[in-house]
Design a protein around this ligand. Sequence first.
Ligand SMILES: Cc1cc2nc3c(=O)[nH]c(=O)nc-3n(C[C@H](O)[C@H](O)[C@H](O)COP(=O)(O)OP(=O)(O)OC[C@H]3O[C@@H](n4cnc5c(N)ncnc54)[C@H](O)[C@@H]3O)c2cc1C
Length: 425
Amino acid sequence: MTEPRSTRRRFVRAATAGVAASVFPRPLLAQGSQQRIVVIGGGFAGATAARFLKRADPRFNVTLVEPNPVFAACPFSNEVIAGLREMRAQLFGYDSIAMEGVVVVHQAAAAVDGRARTVTLANGAKLTYERLVLAPGSDLRFDALPGYDESAAERMPHAWKAGEQTLLLRRQLEAMEDGGTVVMTLPALPYRCPPASYERASLIAYYLQTRKPRSKLVVLDAKDTFSMQRLFENAWQEFYPNLEWVPVSSGGNPTAVDATAMTVSSDFDTYKAAVANVIPPQKAGRIAERAGTADRTGWCPVDPITFESRLVPGIHVLGDAAIAGAVPKSAFAANAVAKICAAAVAKLVRGETPAMPKFVNTCYSLAAPAYGLSIAGVYRPVNGQWLEVEGAGGVSPVDAPRAFRNQEAKFANGWFNTITSEIFG
Ligand SMILES: Cc1cc2nc3c(=O)[nH]c(=O)nc-3n(C[C@H](O)[C@H](O)[C@H](O)COP(=O)(O)OP(=O)(O)OC[C@H]3O[C@@H](n4cnc5c(N)ncnc54)[C@H](O)[C@@H]3O)c2cc1C
């Protein structure tokens, strides 16, 4: 594939257009600060945490470590893939966070020493901390699906991290001849935002139906059930005869890919793909492993009240990287738990007891343009683990009229605008 380099350049150009350069103040750590708090990862969890830690106590010396000057958000990136939205609507800079007094360092964290309480950056610089917030999101397991490694991802994009991969999948769909088969593979739980994979299937089916009517989508799924299943299946039945969902019990489990031959194998079959969107199994962002906070599952167990790692004291793990009982791997939850963690850290450093937290999560998905679905839950810690409060949440009604779906699509937009302006605005 010849795309990756030029794709990257194009994306970086697009990404940096209109976003002013972020600050890189020196020295990295101000003198005489009360608490040095380093936050690794400027996504939904980390950027929220940095901002709310500074608000919790302006004397905190908060440093946000994030390699990219511009954040590309995953929510609504499925709409970009389906040609319903432009990538620029997904991009956010860090200037407002810096203006609030957070030191923003555009470097990757390369190592964490939990005993010495230091973070080594990719450029060799070292930061010391009293508390570390680790929010690197999730990483793809390139050793889990035979044939699927980083170079295969350049031909068979996962698009499960927004940015170049999102645009690559979009361009492949645009370039595909009418009549080709698009194959999607979905992993077993847990992984980042499972409902988004069914939203993606819906919107790719929508794209094919409107632009490539002789094409079809085959979804090979390592699961038999998923959230909002009835709602999605009803929408597929109503709108998308071109979408075939193959659950694990019908042989849908993806077993291997061949990026050269463009084939995807499942338990029962091998499919020739014109475009393949391979979403592999996942784990916490690599730096979490290096910090010693990930367990054998690949995810990071945490205390439910403070989000402090159960494995390395002084490190709080937030967002997708954490495994915290029923807490969903969503941007909504990442933002909510980051605020809980910021408040808990402020109490801990004053020697006070953090309050018992509780939060709401709502995930919106589009099954078609102006056709929104949602699932909501309320979560609280019980006996050391986050549980969903029974009877407090719910999903969109199955028999809702079209106006209701339209309204939910508007709520989805409103949610995205609100959360991104709270974090980055
Ligand atoms: C297609 C799709 C659609 C989605 N739609 C929704 C939705 O509608 N609603 C919803 O609530 N959620 C949605 N999600 C889920 C949501 O995107 C994630 O749950 C959310 O981004 C998790 O936040 P996070 O901060 O943990 O990780 P991220 O937002 O991924 O942020 C992690 C950050 O850490 C940085 N980082 C990684 N490693 C390092 C390092 N070594 N040093 C420094 N920085 C590092 C990365 O550059 C990144 O900026 C969707 C996901 C996908 C894939």
